[in-house]
Design a binder for this molecule. Structure first.
Ligand SMILES: *Cc1c(COP(=O)(O)O)cnc(C)c1O
Length: 376
């Protein structure tokens, strides 16, 4: 076992700020082709001309930071990530503000969460300033890729994986951190319709002591069969219950969940270690509380959900995350039957809170919490 000592981490921190060498892509996508791609980018299939790369080794710390042409990676088949899945990622967006400038939304929060995920996966922590600089440099060089379609944005995907060539099971001694950008259209064309969700019976997403609170690829790998089951039952998304009692609401495969009650209060499951601490979740709680709304971070049982939906005490429910921002939940299904939420469509409070957040992200409304990080 190599032990990554505090000295290594301190050394890595001490070497910052890390300057990014800029190597422009000599063969960028032709303007005409780019325009065609950006007319209907969809989600996650179109990519820009460049990527950010930073290397890490136990001996050198963080080094070789560069912005370079986006291209396939050369990986040795024995690279540790391909075998033991030491990989973490982030997801955030750059928006075009009403005044025309590009801005990132709360990148410092993503930087912090990336460090927390790294700790859980026994990976080195990338200094927050390197994280934010890697993104701002990359967005800056690829700014012509911003899609002009309604609701368009740049979806930014920072990620890090174990690149050491070794089949022994241990925290790797070498890592690659990269950032790629995908121009995306509105996640749902014509605004978010309400989705149906399937309550997973046989699978759980996370258990106490596990990796549920870390943004790691492995969590997604293990949620795919449950999502496939939801699709088989005619539902759009899967929702997971807790591992111990299979009773308490946790979250969707990649989105946090909120409940809205007839008295105007909101509730969301607490961050007890098995739930991913969503930045959209945190932002919505902050906005709701600033409006004077009551927001409870408390466990909520699936039976209670059914009873409250049927009695009318619960009026709305929604899921939230960076990709789709806010998605109303219209119907909940399980082997015990299904129930409808409110009228089955987007609720009033859901729609209003979403608009408030989107207005801040797009620079339409004021930004009292300093969330919008403008780029040059
Ligand atoms: C990323 C993610 C979320 C949402 O987090 P945001 O920061 O709001 O995008 C929720 N749940 C899971 C499992 C996630 O991976």
């Amino acid at each position: 076992m190599t032990d990554r000592t505090m000295t290594d981490r301190t050394l890595a921190k001490a070497t910052t700020p890390l300057p990014f060498a800029i190597h422009r892509n000599a063969e960028p996508v032709a303007v005409g082709d780019r325009t065609k791609l950006l007319a209907d980018p969809g989600f996650g299939r179109v990519f820009t001309d460049h990527m950010a790369v930073v290397r890490y080794s136990d001996t050198k710390g963080w080094h070789n930071a560069e912005i370079t042409a986006r291209k396939p990676l050369m990986l040795d088949p024995a690279s540790a990530v391909l075998h033991y899945a030491q990989e973490i990622f982030e997801g955030l967006k750059a928006y075009r503000l009403a005044d025309g400038t590009l801005a990132m939304f709360r990148p410092d929060a993503n930087a912090r969460r990336f460090q927390q995920s790294a700790r859980r996966l026994a990976m080195p922590e990338l200094p927050a300033d390197v994280f934010v600089t890697s993104i701002s440099e990359l967005v800056n060089i690829d700014r012509d890729w911003f899609p002009s379609v309604d609701g368009g944005s740049l979806y930014i995907r920072p990620f890090m994986f174990a690149s050491e060539v070794f089949l022994g099971v241990k925290p790797a001694s070498e890592y690659l951190y990269l950032v790629i950008i995908s121009p995306v259209g509105g996640y749902f064309k014509g605004g978010a319709p309400a989705v149906s969700i399937w309550v997973s019976q046989d699978y759980t997403r996370a258990a106490p002591g596990g990796t549920g609170a870390a943004k790691c690829g492995g969590n997604y790998a293990s949620s795919l069969v449950a999502q496939a089951e939801a699709t088989k039952h005619g539902c759009d998304q899967v929702v997971f219950l807790d591992a111990a009692e299979h009773r308490w609401l946790e979250e969707l495969g990649g989105m946090n969940v909120f409940l809205v009650f007839e008295d105007g209060s909101l509730q969301t499951p607490p961050l007890s270690g098995t739930i991913l601490p969503g930045i959209t979740r945190d932002s919505l709680m902050t906005l709701a509380r600033a409006e004077g709304l009551v927001v409870r971070e408390q466990p909520y049982a699936i039976d209670q959900w059914r009873a409250d939906a049927q009695s009318g005490r619960l009026t709305e429910a929604f899921a939230c995350g960076t990709a789709a921002v806010v998605t109303p939940i219209g119907r909940v299904a399980s082997p015990d039957g299904e129930f409808k939420i409110g009228a089955g469509g987007p609720g009033q409070l859901t729609t209003r809170l979403k608009q408030k957040l989107v207005d801040i992200q797009r620079g339409v409304g004021p930004d009292p919490h300093g969330w919008v990080h403008k780029l040059g």
